[in-house]
Design a protein around this ligand. Structure first.
Ligand SMILES: [Zn+2]
Ligand SMILES: [Zn+2]
Ligand SMILES: [Zn+2]
Ligand SMILES: [Zn+2]
Length: 330
């Protein structure tokens, strides 16, 4: 699979600009056992009505709007159908039979993600909370592979109890915690908010003015719009802002960040396609063209097995008859 060197989003054509970032350079993504999905997600704030970024898998039941500062109810249940849709994309989006092909059943003719029409898909989920207010989660997702934030292409990813990412061209390293047990096919989450290796930014007071500096090189950190993560423009170290810095202080709504989810194993959508009525109708229509579902071919394969006991029975009968007659003559 070809991906954008800058943001890691799948590239359907090497000549067209990246659908996500407009980047023009593409690179081949490494083969991985899990399917990686890059997403940008938002929720609709019930305070200001704007679409606010959801830059990680927030399942604790509430979210904060970085623009108006309102802390509000956001139920984890909204994530489930979205994660199921992303798992389906991770499983089915890479080829006609997808990432986990069934030995006998082909889904090529009913695969909704093949051939891919666009690198990005949109998923939206609405849920009426107990208080009667609609909660809305929107995500724009693509297949791809996480890349170095400094533009060096695909990251090396090591799984295990934690997920470790590193770039072969620079000293970028990042560490992320194990994915929560919330959705079992989800094997890893890479989001800036979740990083466990970030040092806190230093707070410096100079002539009564509080400013933030890089914990590595001491350079002043740029002002952030609502984000709790900031990158030093000198040494590129990413640090975490202390406490509530940046919460509800943005002058404009910050854009959602790109973060990554890895999914393992066959998706529910695949299982539906494998046994769905759609497939049954199709496989009958296409029977003469497809070896794997050809009822005639299967019938022939089974025939000798069914025939064998009958022949064996007949032979036994004949031998018995012969023996009996020999006995009679003798
Ligand atoms: Zn891109
Ligand atoms: Zn708001
Ligand atoms: Zn790099
Ligand atoms: Zn620095």
């Amino acid at each position: 699979m070809q991906i954008c060197t800058a943001c890691g989003t799948r590239a359907l054509s090497a000549s067209a600009p990246c659908a996500r970032c407009g980047g023009l350079s593409v690179v081949t993504a490494p083969e991985t056992s899990a399917g990686w999905i890059g997403i940008r997600a938002t929720f609709t704030c019930r305070g200001c009505g704007h679409r606010a970024p959801l830059d990680h898998l927030d399942i604790d039941g509430s979210v904060d709007c970085p623009y108006c500062g309102l802390s509000q109810r956001f139920e984890a249940v909204l994530w489930r159908p979205v994660l199921a849709a992303l798992h389906a994309l991770a499983d089915l989006g890479a080829s006609a039979e997808g990432r986990h092909p069934h030995a006998q059943i082909s889904i090529a003719s009913s695969n909704p993600h093949w051939p891919p029409k666009t690198p990005l898909i949109s998923v939206e989920e609405r849920h009426k909370g107990e208080d009667g207010v609609n909660q809305v989660l929107r995500a724009e997702a693509s297949l791809g592979h996480p890349t170095c934030p400094r533009g060096h292409g695909p990251l090396r990813i090591e799984g295990g109890r934690e997920t470790l990412c590193s770039c072969s061209a620079c000293d970028f390293r990042a560490r992320y915690p194990k994915a929560p047990d919330f959705f079992s096919p989800l094997s890893a989450i890479l989001s800036n908010e979740g990083r466990t290796d970030l040092a806190p930014a230093k707070t410096v007071q100079h002539e009564g003015i509080l400013s933030l500096t890089c914990p590595s090189c001491g350079a002043p950190l740029p002002a952030t719009e609502g984000s709790r993560i900031v990158e030093c423009s000198f040494c590129h170290l990413v640090s975490r802002l202390p406490g509530d810095t940046g919460k509800g202080k943005a002058r404009s709504m910050p854009a959602p960040q790109l973060w990554w989810l890895a999914f393992s194993g066959p998706s529910l959508r695949r299982k539906e396609l494998e046994k769905g009525p759609e497939r049954d109708a199709r496989s009958l229509e296409e029977a003469p063209l497809r070896k794997d579902t050809d009822p005639v071919g299967q019938g022939l394969k089974w025939a000798p097995i069914l025939l064998f006991p009958s022949i064996a029975l007949l032979l036994t009968g004949l031998v018995c008859l012969a023996l009996w007659r020999t006995g009679m003559l003798g």
